[in-house]
Design a protein around this ligand. Structure first.
Ligand code: DAH
Length: 347
C-alpha cells in the first residue's frame, strides 16, 4: 500500500472512531493515539524518506491537511460532549431551591468576657496596655518583690525558657512595664492577656487569661479599690452582687486581699432549690474571684517611683469569670475547639 493510501486509511479510521467515541475522555485518548507526538500520523510522517524525492512535497501537504481536518473534527466532538454535560447540569438546576446559608463564626467566650471587662474598666478611665508573653525574670518576679530563690516563687509553677526568659505566669509584669514607661504617676492601666503555668487538670490549664489593673495616683486607698471592683463585678454579674475582702498575701501588694463575691447561682444563700447545698459555691454562698491589694513600696522602688506613692492593683482570671457568667463547669471546654460549645456564644 502506498504511503498516501495508508494516510487515508488512518484518517478514515480516526473519523470512524471519533464518531463512535462515547465520552470526552475517549476522544482525548484518540487524540493521543492518532495525532499525538508518538501517534499514527507522526509515524507515517517519519517514513517520508521512503518516498522518491518528487513525491515528498505532495505527501507532506496531504499529511498536514489531514492533520488539520482531524484536529477540527476532534475539537467539534469535544465541544459536543461539553454542551451535553452543561445541558444536563442545567436541567438539574432548580432556581426555587433555598440557598445554603454560610455558617457564621462567633467570638470565643473568653474573648467576649475579656472585651466586656476591658469595656467596663476603659469607661472608668483605665487605658488598655499590651506586652510580651515571653517575659524577663526581672519583670515577672524580681521587680514584683519576688527575690531570687524566695519561696513565694513556688506559688507559680513557671515555664522557664532559659537565658533569663520565662513564659509570664501572670499579667502583673505589665504593672512594672507600665510604670517604667510612664516614669511617674498618675498611672491607670489594664493589661488583658495570656499567662502560662506548668499545670494541667480539671480546673487548671497551662495557658489561661488574666486581666490586670493598676492605679497609681495621689491618695489612692483600699476604699477606691473596693469601689472599682464593686462596680466591675456588678456590671458583670448584676446589681445585687456583694463583695468580701479577705486578707491574703502577694509579694507585690501590702496589704493584699483576696476578693470573694456572693454566689451568682444561689445569690449568697449557700442553698439551691430546697435544702441542697449549692454546688457552685459548695454551700458557702461565696465565690473566690480575684486577687488584689495596695502596691508594695518595694515595687515602686524597683521601677524608680517614689516609694511613698499610693496605688492599688488587681488581677483576675478571665476563664473563671466566664465559667461563672455562663454556668460552665469544665475549664477544658474553652480549649477543645468544639463548635457545638463555641457556637452557643453568638453575641
Ligand atoms: N498576679 C496574681 C496571680 O496571678 C494575681 C494578683 C494578685 C494580681 C494581687 C494583682 C494583685 O495585681 O494585686 O496569682
Amino acid at each position: 500500500m502506498t504511503l498516501i493510501a495508508e494516510l487515508e486509511r488512518a484518517a478514515a479510521g480516526f473519523t470512524a472512531a471519533l464518531a463512535g467515541a462515547a465520552s470526552a475522555a475517549e476522544v482525548e485518548s484518540l487524540r493521543n493515539a492518532v495525532l499525538g507526538r508518538k501517534g499514527e500520523l507522526a509515524a507515517l510522517m517519519s517514513r517520508l524518506p521512503e518516498l522518491p524525492a518528487d513525491e515528498r512535497p505532495a505527501f507532506g501537504k496531504a499529511a498536514n491537511a489531514a492533520k488539520e481536518r482531524l484536529n477540527r473534527l476532534l475539537e467539534e466532538r469535544l465541544a459536543a460532549f461539553k454542551a451535553q454535560v452543561d445541558g444536563a447540569s442545567l436541567s438539574r438546576f432548580d432556581p426555587s431551591m433555598p440557598g445554603r446559608m454560610p455558617e457564621r463564626g462567633s467570638l470565643h467566650p473568653v474573648t467576649l468576657v475579656m472585651e466586656e471587662l476591658c469595656r467596663i474598666l476603659n469607661n472608668l478611665g483605665f487605658e488598655t496596655v499590651d506586652g510580651p508573653e515571653a517575659e524577663t525574670d526581672f519583670h515577672n518576679f524580681e521587680a514584683l518583690n519576688f527575690p531570687a530563690d524566695h519561696p513565694a516563687r513556688d506559688m507559680q509553677d513557671t515555664l522557664f525558657l532559659g537565658d533569663g526568659l520565662l513564659m509570664r505566669t501572670h499579667t502583673s509584669p505589665m504593672q512594672v512595664r507600665a510604670m517604667l514607661e510612664r516614669k511617674k504617676p498618675p498611672v491607670a492601666v489594664i493589661a488583658p492577656g495570656k499567662v502560662y503555668r506548668r499545670d494541667y487538670d480539671l480546673t487548671h490549664s497551662p495557658m489561661f487569661h488574666q486581666v490586670e489593673g493598676l492605679l497609681v495616683d495621689d491618695g489612692v486607698n483600699l476604699a477606691h479599690l473596693r469601689g472599682v471592683l464593686t462596680h466591675l463585678l456588678r456590671e458583670l454579674f448584676g446589681p445585687d452582687v456583694a463583695l468580701y475582702f479577705r486578707p491574703s498575701f502577694f509579694p507585690f501588694t501590702e496589704p493584699s486581699v483576696e476578693v470573694d463575691m456572693s454566689c451568682v447561682i444561689c445569690r449568697g444563700s449557700g442553698r439551691k432549690g430546697g435544702e441542697d447545698g449549692c454546688r457552685v459555691c459548695k454551700g458557702t454562698g461565696r465565690l473566690e474571684i480575684l486577687g488584689a491589694g495596695m502596691v508594695d513600696p518595694a515595687v515602686f522602688a524597683a521601677v524608680g517611683f517614689d516609694p511613698s506613692c499610693t496605688g492599688f492593683a488587681f488581677g483576675l482570671g478571665v476563664e473563671r469569670v466566664a465559667m461563672l457568667k455562663y454556668g460552665i463547669d469544665d475549664l477544658r471546654l474553652f480549649f477543645e475547639n468544639d463548635l457545638r460549645f463555641l457556637g452557643r456564644f453568638v453575641k
